[in-house]
Ligand binder design. Structure first.
Ligand code: SIN
Ligand code: MN
Length: 278
């Protein structure tokens, strides 16, 4: 899938690009079936919500044959390379389960501060492709973004002392202690945006709500401000997020790097494959 000049321009200006019907319904069914198998296993890659349901599963591509193909599809790799202007490799993959009635929020944040400070990524030449497994409407917690906020730079100078969300909930506080890197993904994020910054940008640019049909893909820049509410609707909102980085934006050596399943350190350009998976 080749993007047009207009689509590339739109992404450069706005920091995101939503494309419908990238995956067919049979493919989405297959991804969902495999996902249900993957997340039923206890695994260090599996992160729970404070209510005990599954929130995220990192790097399913390492152990599942179908998932091993998804990130290499030309439908994703070619646009990612066009948008970043270079060959790309996979920096991170994760399934986000925002299940009906229980899926918790993601606070306002940028992604790149984590990759810069926790992984040693030199520049914000990075984006994420989010595949929708369900129709996303205004009720099941679409990702919300502030158009053009990716141009505003990196807000990482106010690392908060992590005030563990649910600290009065004993088992959850214990659970979080077992894996400090989880502060990047729990409902209480480590690097988040301040109210004043958001208010100023939302006032200037408004908010975009990423709604679309199952099979759509949202590409979004590593520096764009984004968030999502908790899912109070009766409809699941499952997504698979693939973070592509430029091959010349390799991670620096840092003390105590995060596990390889959360921060990949293999930089070979992805050779795109051209297949329908179902
Ligand atoms: C993210 O910020 O990485 C994901 C947010 C979401 O799934 O809503
Ligand atoms: Mn994010």
């Amino acid at each position: 899938m080749q993007l047009t000049e207009d689509q590339i321009f739109f992404f450069k200006e706005n920091g995101f690009l939503l494309i419908e019907d990238v995956f067919n319904p049979e493919e989405i069914d297959l991804f969902t079936t495999e996902m249900n198998k993957i997340i039923s296993e206890e695994d260090p890659r599996r992160i729970l919500e404070k209510n005990g349901s599954v929130r995220t599963f990192f790097a399913p591509h390492l152990t599942n044959e179908v998932y091993d193909k998804i990130h290499r599809l030309d439908r994703l790799v070619v646009p990612a390379a066009q948008l970043l202007g270079s060959d790309v490799y996979l920096h991170q993959s994760k399934i986000n389960i925002k299940a009906a009635m229980v899926g918790d929020w993601w606070e306002w944040h940028q992604d790149y501060p984590y990759w810069k400070n926790d992984d040693g990524m030199p520049r914000p030449d990075v984006l994420t492709a989010m595949i929708f497994y369900n129709d996303v409407n205004e009720f099941n917690s679409p990702l919300i973004l502030i158009p053009s906020s990716h141009k505003e730079g990196v807000f990482d100078d106010r690392e908060n002392i992590v005030d563990v969300n649910g600290q009065d909930n004993e088992w959850y506080a214990e659970y979080l202690k077992s894996a400090p890197f989880m502060t990047a993904v729990t409902a209480n994020l480590k690097y988040k945006l301040e109210r004043e910054t958001l208010a100023e940008w939302a006032e200037k640019k408004g908010l975009f709500s990423a709604k679309g049909r199952a099979g759509a893909v949202l590409f979004f820049h590593g520096n764009i401000f984004h968030a999502s509410a908790n899912n109070l609707s009766p409809w699941d909102r499952f997504t698979y997020l693939l973070t592509y980085n430029r091959v010349d934006n390799k991670l620096m050596d840092i003390p105590n790097p995060r596990p390889e399943f959360i921060s990949i350190r293999k930089y070979d350009p992805i050779a795109p494959i051209s297949e329908r998976l179902a």
